[in-house]
Design a binder for this molecule. Sequence first.
Ligand SMILES: NC(=O)N[C@@H](CC(=O)O)C(=O)O
Length: 428
Amino acid sequence: MQAAITTTTTTVCAHPHTKPSSAPFLRLSPPCRVSFRASLLPNLRATAMAATSQQQEQLVITRPDDWHLHIREGGVLEAVLPHSARHFGRAIIMPNLKPPVTTMARAVEYREEIMRALPPGSSFVPLMTLYLTDNTSPEEIKLARKSGVVFAVKLYPAGATTNSQDGVADIGKCLPVLEEMVRQEMPLLVHGEVTDPHVDTFDREKVFIDKILSPLVQNLPQLKIVMEHITTMDAVNFIESCEEGAALLLEWPYTFALFNDYNTFMFPGHVAATVTPQHLLLNRNALFQGGLQPHNYCLPVLKREIHRQAIVSAVTSGSRRYFLGTDSAPHDKRNKECSCGCAGIYSAPVALSLYAKVFEEAGALDKLEAFTSFNGPDFYGLPRNTSKIVLRKSAWKVPATYKHSSGEIVPMFTGSTLDWLPSDQPEE
Ligand SMILES: NC(=O)N[C@@H](CC(=O)O)C(=O)O
């Protein structure tokens, strides 16, 4: 099980002898001695892998997952689902439908609709979420966990974004539910923006961190939290300030294991973040370049360049706290290009190419696979995918639009030429 980054002439191991995070603790058989080192492994691996300076022609990576995806319902679902199912193994499916997915029973129904819409032969797995409200009961969390199909609960502050009007108005009311989530080890996925109209739109993430998220982490340190689609250096600083996961390293005679997950175990921290392609590639100028650009409008809104740079550095550093979450959010073209356009960028067809571009430009292609395919499942406690996909260095043109049953959707970077072309199967 070896992920490889291949060039025309050489093959360089991205993660030698990697093993899914579900590697059993049983391997820690006595009488070996153990020691704990916070996040040492990524650095050690990085050193071991700093070998790929040549121009790379293709990447072979473990099939990625998308840990933040909107696929809607009906005709739009049928049109957009194949774009995600083609390359991603699994996706966390956002529950902000109309009406929202607030119960386990509704999540099961929605999952069935998604399964019916999948292209024949697809092995894509939708990981369902519940939409948190002030009235969600702890019982619902128990049912959700038992169902085996619900993997997280989404907190939308009421009024923060698309279909969030039924979201949380008073987080204090959710405390019993959050406590149950700790017991059930159910992650909380957070749209991290305050909705107070007096707070500047560009400051809403920072104020949310200060007023809501930091106190929450202090009060419930055992709650697993994913701060979704981070947009600021404040969010990066916050994530870095939270308790980190620990590496468990076996000592001699097992020290060869420093680079070998067969003999090492990571305990991810309790707070992580997903990162979108748009927040890695665009700053807020992209909203106004040559006129108002509705297809670059999403929430949280794009920020200043210094924030973009902070997020790129964090993600390409190799830290295990960040993972792929496209926040691909399709809206009909007419609802984007109008007097009060919807927030959301449709990135599913281009996301992998764009993430590869970010890592390539940062000289960190060797860290791409952990971001796309390892850190997410490790945080959720799920096995990593075992199949591979290929990204070829080959120019391709993004279509202007994609049709759905009653209109069109404009993708991110519409009509432009991208460098990395994902395809399904590695060549034999
Ligand atoms: N990101 C967006 O701008 N929009 C998302 C909702 C969300 O995640 O905020 C949508 O559902 O349209």
